[in-house]
Design a protein around this ligand. Structure first.
Ligand SMILES: *Cc1c(COP(=O)(O)O)cnc(C)c1O
Length: 379
């Protein structure tokens, strides 16, 4: 049997990228900005079918950073952030010299918990500082509790940065993820549902905010014939070549969502009769996940030697990549000193959770190999 490594989430060519890249090369548009960038932004604006303005950048992390800047987050300000996430959600808070305040997850969506969010807001206000923003994440493509979180944020007048980096193609009550927050963020790094090799976008509510974001993303050049600067600038615009890849990838977005969702169905079926495992899934029909990464929770069973580590090893022996869930930020050495509101939900998810191969390129043979490991392990 073929023993080629099966990866968690690999990028994949659609075949439509080359014509955009070739045009850029032919026209010597080998720079940041350019026709592919405009087209990529237009395609995304069309995808969102709403009055949203899209700014294409060189990473999702850059988009989160710009959102904080546009919301006026400065030295010493506090920003609430979901603890259970990738470090890129929280690092830009530190870039601004601001203070992250971490909040636990709830068990339905694994995302920011409304109860602890409100407790955190009340306590920070009581201590003298109202948080400047909330960073809420659609973990692994699963929408967070949008209605509950927005109702709290609106009550206290705190803007939301929606980290939709993993959730392009997901939606809540029929509305697309990325369009709920004051700012939305998408990522197109190499393992996301579509890729530009590295890239991201900031979703803004108006053309004016888009222009402001582009100003900061292109070194904050004031209006003058020479280079004049009165604000700190950044080099965050996407390259015209990468945007060309994005234009081609947009053609297969819907297909990739369908294929990732099919991987989730595959795991549902494989784990159907395995009591120790629960597959992460939409809490009800309001939620539509792109299932960027299919994930499971494994209950320890000492007698049968069943636990996450043992299953990880079994996959590794078959040359199949898996990965524990994100280690919560409040447990990371970088962030331990910052405030945290919650109990141990995120922590227990981290201890029991595993992400499984979820790419849109997995073959039937790959699936058979994955199923074989699972069936043998839980026999
Ligand atoms: C991928 C990811 C990011 C960062 O995006 P980059 O494009 O890699 O900078 C941020 N947040 C989450 C939740 C992600 O999964």
């Amino acid at each position: 049997m073929n023993n080629k490594r099966i990866f968690l989430s690999l990028s994949q060519q659609s075949g439509f990228e080359e014509k955009y890249i070739q045009t850029a090369l032919n026209d010597s548009w080998i720079t940041t900005g350019g026709p592919n960038v405009d087209e990529f932004e237009n395609k995304l604006e069309g995808f969102f079918e709403k009055n949203k303005s899209i700014v294409a950048l060189n990473s999702g992390t850059a988009a989160i950073h710009l959102a904080l800047i546009l919301l006026g987050v400065k030295l010493g300000d506090e920003v609430i952030c979901q603890s259970m996430t990738f470090a890129a959600s929280a690092n830009p808070i530190l870039y601004q010299g601001a203070i992250p305040v971490f909040v636990d997850s709830e068990l339905d969506t694994w995302n920011i918990c409304p109860e602890f969010l409100e407790i955190a807001i009340k306590d920070r206000i009581a201590r003298g500082k109202k948080p400047k923003a909330i960073i809420a994440v659609h973990l692994y493509g699963m929408p967070y509790k949008i209605d509950e979180i927005f109702s709290i944020a609106n009550r206290y007048g705190i803007p939301i940065i929606e980290d939709s980096a993993a959730a392009l193609g997901s939606s809540y009550k029929g509305k697309k993820c990325g369009t709920f927050g004051d700012y939305g963020v998408l990522s197109f790094n190499g393992n996301k549902i579509i890729t530009t090799s590295s890239g991201g976008v900031l979703v803004c509510d108006s053309q004016g905010l888009k222009e402001k974001a582009i100003f900061y993303a292109t070194q904050s050049r004031d209006n003058a014939s020479h280079y004049e600067h009165s604000k700190i600038g950044y080099n965050y615009r996407i390259s015209n070549i990468c945007a060309g890849i994005g234009c081609g990838q947009m053609e297969v977005l819907d297909k990739n969502v369908t294929l990732r969702r099919a991987m989730h169905d595959f795991y549902k079926k494989v784990f159907e009769d395995i009591d120790e495992v629960s597959v992460f899934e939409e809490p009800n029909e309001d939620y539509f996940s792109n299932y960027w990464l299919s994930s499971i929770l494994i209950e320890d069973d000492c007698e049968k030697k069943i636990n996450r580590e043992a299953l990880t090893l079994a996959f590794e022996e078959a040359n199949i990549e898996t990965r524990p869930l994100w280690k919560p930020m409040h447990l990371q050495p970088l962030f331990v000193e910052y405030p945290y509101y919650g109990e141990k939900i995120a922590e227990s998810l981290f201890e029991k959770g595993l992400c499984l191969p979820s790419g849109s390129n997995l073959t039937n043979e790959d699936k058979n190999r994955i199923e074989e490991v699972i069936k043998t392990f839980f026999k």
